[in-house]
Design a protein around this ligand. Structure first.
Ligand code: ITT
Length: 194
């Protein structure tokens, strides 16, 4: 099989979440990839993060006629049998952080992970996926004015502060999104013929 090569340094991030765009731009610019943003939407199939990212990237790249990335992310809480997981969007919109804190009120094991899967695809290639994970714990209250969604609940391993208390540059150094995007960028550059 021949190795695919890519010559574009600009990639379009398909997402409806502006916070993700700002974080991803900060991460990828340092890694030599320019990111454009388009809020096109794409069908989110039932399945794990990888399935959603793979299908979404393929669909969006064929539709836009350009190389794209999409991301499917979520918060996975061990004591809740990894809930909300793939239901993270729905749970954030319905019960929100207060609802999660209520579910955790009698729970002493606070272990949780954020996971991010980046799906990459071009109009002529098959999709590729890249997983990034950050370990941490759920706090006992929401704290912090930075970040978005679950960030005020999540304290990454080895830190007292929540993601909600960290400026974007700090979160970007070791977040789940940093790890998935870095894996993608390294892979992409090794397939780049410029
Ligand atoms: P897309 O248009 O990219 O799908 P989304 O916000 O729906 O945007 P996801 O499905 O990937 O994104 O995310 C699931 C939920 O988890 C959603 O409520 C996000 O706001 C939240 N989330 C994702 N990444 C997060 C992060 O880094 N910090 C806090 N919450 C996050």
């Amino acid at each position: 099989m021949t190795k695919e090569t890519f010559s574009e340094t600009t990639i379009t991030f398909i997402t409806g979440n502006q916070h993700k765009v700002l974080e991803a731009q900060g991460i990828l610019n340092n890694l030599g990839i320019t990111l454009e943003h388009a809020d096109l939407g794409y069908p989110e199939i039932q399945g794990n993060l990888e399935d959603v990212a793979r299908y979404g990237a393929q669909h969006a790249s064929r539709r836009l006629g350009k190389p794209v990335i999409v991301e499917d992310a979520g918060l996975f809480i061990k004591a809740l049998e990894w809930f909300p997981g793939t239901y993270s969007s729905y749970v954030q919109e319905t019960i929100g952080n207060k609802g999660i804190l209520k579910l955790m009120s009698d729970v002493s094991n606070r272990y949780a992970e954020f996971r991010s899967v980046i799906g990459f695809c071009t109009p002529k290639t098959e999709p590729e996926v890249f997983l990034g994970t950050v370990k941490g714990r759920i706090g006992y209250k929401e704290i912090g004015r930075f970040g978005f969604a679950y960030d005020p609940l999540f304290h990454p391993e080895d830190y007292e502060e929540s993601f909600g208390e960290m400026k974007r540059e700090i979160k970007n150094r070791f977040s789940h999104r940093r790890k998935s995007l870095e894996k993608f960028a390294l892979w992409y550059k090794s397939h780049n013929n410029i």
